[in-house]
Design a protein around this ligand. Structure first.
Ligand code: HEC
Length: 250
């Protein structure tokens, strides 16, 4: 009995001491994102830096973008190189980190909101890091730019604006047709199925060459127009010719 007592007392004392030494660390680390503040605009590759401290030592820092874990960093300095080019411009993202100490106590940082804006990295053609020169690439256009590598639909052609053509019709062509043609070529059942009383039909009829062909025939000859009438004056024939020559993308 006596022989056993001393070692037991020793063990009890020793284990008590042991417990004292191994008192668990329950102090979590402090952590914050130090490189950015909430609401900031970011682009390209961004380094997110974390400041974290612990009484015992940090084991790792986890980085989250929009709640998904993107990196676990086990070595100081704790930072994440975030490539923002894969995100849409003006999109908002929540960035936060969680720091763990050696006893697995953890602290979540205050989340920050970052706005991705890579618009300056796109060239005029919308290509990331592109070096396009935007302009008119059609050599037949008036403003052809031989150095342009991307057609920005700015090409301009030497054509009359359609509204000008229509105005010319209303002011010059329609009066001629009204006095010489629409008596037969208008209404619900126009002669030969041809109406010559509106811009759209006349434009097509004149462009086809039919009208000019008929009015330029010899008066009284087969197919001459106006049918059974008098040949149009040279001035009026010229007006119809001018209208025929006008170009516009209908
Ligand atoms: C008195 C009635 C009359 C007048 C006025 C008249 N036409 Fe005609 N037009 C006809 C007849 C009938 C035909 C069908 C016979 C033919 O093709 O020659 C016709 C046919 C046409 C055709 C061919 C149509 C087709 O689809 O084949 C054209 C084009 C035309 N006329 C243009 C004119 C023009 C332009 C004028 C005015 C400068 C005019 N006509 C005045 C009676 C007329």
């Amino acid at each position: 009995m006596k022989r056993l007592l001393l070692p037991m007392v020793l063990i009890a004392f020793w284990s008590c001491e042991e417990e004292k030494q191994e008192e668990p660390d329950i102090t979590p680390p402090t952590v914050s994102i130090s490189s950015h503040s909430s609401g900031q605009s970011v682009n390209e590759i961004v380094t997110i830096t974390v400041t974290t401290q612990d009484n015992e030592g940090i084991s790792k820092v986890e980085f989250f973008i929009d709640d998904s874990l993107v990196l676990t960093d086990t070595e100081s300095p704790y930072e994440h190189e975030w490539n923002t080019t894969q995100y849409e411009d003006n999109s908002e993202h929540i960035v936060k980190v969680i720091s763990y100490d050696n006893s697995d106590n953890s602290t979540e940082s205050q989340p920050i909101l970052l706005i991705v804006d890579n618009s300056s990295l796109y060239d005029c053609a919308g290509v990331l890091y592109g070096e396009n020169i935007c302009g008119c690439t059609d050599s037949t256009a008036m403003n052809y730019d031989s150095t342009a590598t991307f057609d920005d639909e700015s090409c301009e052609y030497d054509t009359v604006d359609c509204t000008e053509v229509e105005t010319y019709y209303t002011e010059n062509v329609a009066p001629i047709l009204e006095s010489n043609c629409t008596g037969c070529h208008s209404g619900p059942t126009p002669t030969a199925g041809l109406s010559l009383d509106s811009y759209t039909v006349v434009f097509i009829a004149i462009k086809s060459g039919d009208v000019l062909d008929r009015v330029n025939r010899d008066q009284g000859s087969n197919g001459f127009m106006p049918n059974g009438g008098t040949k149009l004056s040279d001035a009026n024939l010229e007006i119809l010719q001018t209208f025929f020559d006008m170009e516009c993308d209908q």
